[in-house]
Design a protein around this ligand. Structure first.
Ligand SMILES: [Zn+2]
Length: 280
């Protein structure tokens, strides 16, 4: 499952919507032919935000409703309690299945993620389920995928290893996915690009994601596995504003049980129960 931060379904207007600009043909095809629209507002007024949206997505609990509002950025104690108890990783483990978070962190030790001052929803969930994250040594062994795919952001922070191609990153991701019942990868540059208001940056980021998807689709066995792609709220699909949108987000399923899964998901909180329902 590829979680893409800040990817909504917008207007067919290439001037403001980079998804309609030809920058990401594979993603565009997935959205048009293999997706349903999903509500990210969750019955709560205001603009959908990351902390509550991701919690709903990865737990099945309507976190917006529980908290009474949309909460930005990083989860506080209330959301962390929900994530620790209900996260999709732990629930796969409880069913006797394997699960993992494929993202690699710029840390020398897996448990160091506990010391991070700001912990994302995915970090909290990963620590709750596994006690640690994929660290630098795993990135070096190609057993983790950097959020920017090519490892440039690691080099900017002092990493001495080489950058890699998006095709190589896709190969590493598919390899991790082939060894687990459920694998999550988080791509959040889309949300950054949406906030930037920079159409060139947005097209570049979507182009990178598109290359990843093209290679994953080539390498993934969709007769036995499936690609899922979804988001927590809209943003990048409307570059005329630099903030989140109330647009629905796509829930893409390609591969095994796609026809069974797609009609079961109408809001963010339906994703985790729908996926776990296939595991019974
Ligand atoms: Zn977000």
């Amino acid at each position: 499952m590829v979680f893409v931060d800040g990817l909504g379904l917008g207007k067919k207007a290439p001037g403001i919507n980079p998804l309609e600009s030809g920058a990401c043909p594979h993603l565009h095809d997935l959205i048009v032919n293999h997706a349903v629209p999903v509500d990210a507002c969750m019955g709560v007024d205001g603009l959908p935000q990351s902390a509550t949206g991701q919690t709903s997505l990865l737990t099945g609990v309507n976190a917006q409703e529980v908290m009474g509002r949309h909460i930005e950025g990083f989860p506080g104690p209330g959301l962390c309690r929900i994530i620790k108890k209900e996260n999709i990783f732990s629930r796969h483990l409880a069913l006797g299945l394997t699960a993992t978070f494929a993202n690699g962190y710029y840390l020398n030790d897996p448990a160091e993620a506990r010391l991070l001052r700001l912990r994302s929803v995915t970090t909290v969930a990963t620590l709750a389920a596994f006690g640690g994250v994929r660290d630098l040594s795993m990135i070096e062994r190609n057993e983790a995928v950097c959020h920017d795919l090519v490892r440039q952001t690691l080099r900017d922070r002092g990493y001495r290893g080489p950058t890699i191609t998006i095709e190589e990153a896709a190969g590493h991701l598919v390899n991790i996915a082939n060894h687990h019942d459920f694998t999550l990868f988080e791509f959040f540059l889309t949300d950054r690009a949406g906030h930037s208001g920079d159409m060139g940056f947005a097209k570049d980021v979507l182009g990178r994601l598109d290359q990843l998807l093209a290679h994953v689709l080539r390498d993934l066995d969709t007769s036995s596995g499936r690609l899922i792609l979804t988001s927590d709220h809209g943003n990048i699909e409307d570059m005329s504003i630099c903030r989140h949108t109330t647009n629905p987000v796509p829930f893409v399923v390609l591969g095994k049980d796609a026809e069974e899964l797609l009609p079961k998901v109408a809001s963010l909180a339906d994703v985790t129960p729908a996926l776990l329902g296939l595991c019974d």
